[in-house]
Design a protein. Structure first.
Length: 175
């Protein structure tokens, strides 16, 4: 009888420990999601409150995208329809991305038509992108794309996003 109680106690302790670990994981996931959501809200609010000058739009260097900010490229066409890439940095000439699919499926100099770029504050369409570089970090599926063709109004949206993000990151970092 004492042995049965001992086994039940051990099993109960293991179940209790597992439940506590599971609750901890759920709490951490929710906290991380809340932090990301707050960062996105803060960026959106900043972009609404701060107007860009012509100088801001002209002097935009390459901008690293924080992990808390989701900026995606969504490909169209029969071959890569609805595949996504997550933008790691952006410049006026292209994107460095982490692909959601295998990078080996894409040959260098592959053309992509009508790629949708979605940011927290806007979205725009790039008429034509070209894959130009695959990083050695194959496990991360890092690939760079060059903007080959984009309409002027869509290019203005790209510059607006980059300028807002650049200014926001300077403010966040106290620069």
């Amino acid at each position: 009888m004492d042995q049965l109680i001992s086994v039940i106690s051990v099993v109960g302790f293991i179940i209790f420990g597992g439940a506590m670990i599971l609750l901890g994981i759920i709490f951490l996931k929710r906290w991380e999601m809340r932090r990301k959501t707050q960062f996105k809200k803060s960026f959106r609010q900043y972009s609404l409150e701060n107007n860009l000058t012509y100088r801001d739009m002209r002097a935009v260097p390459r901008v690293l995208i924080p992990e808390d900010l989701d900026v995606t490229l969504t490909f169209s066409g029969p071959k890569y329809s609805l595949h996504k890439a997550f933008v790691m940095d952006v410049s006026l000439s292209g994107f460095a991305t982490s692909l959601s699919f295998g990078a080996r499926k894409i040959p260098l100099s592959e053309d992509f038509q009508d790629v949708l770029v979605e940011t927290p504050i806007n979205s725009f369409l790039v008429k034509r992108l070209k894959s130009v570089r695959i990083e050695s970090q194959m496990e991360k599926r890092v690939m760079a794309f060059q903007i080959v063709d984009i309409d002027e109004d869509q290019f203005a949206e790209l510059k607006s996003f980059m300028a807002h993000l650049s200014n926001f990151l300077k403010k966040e970092n106290g620069i």
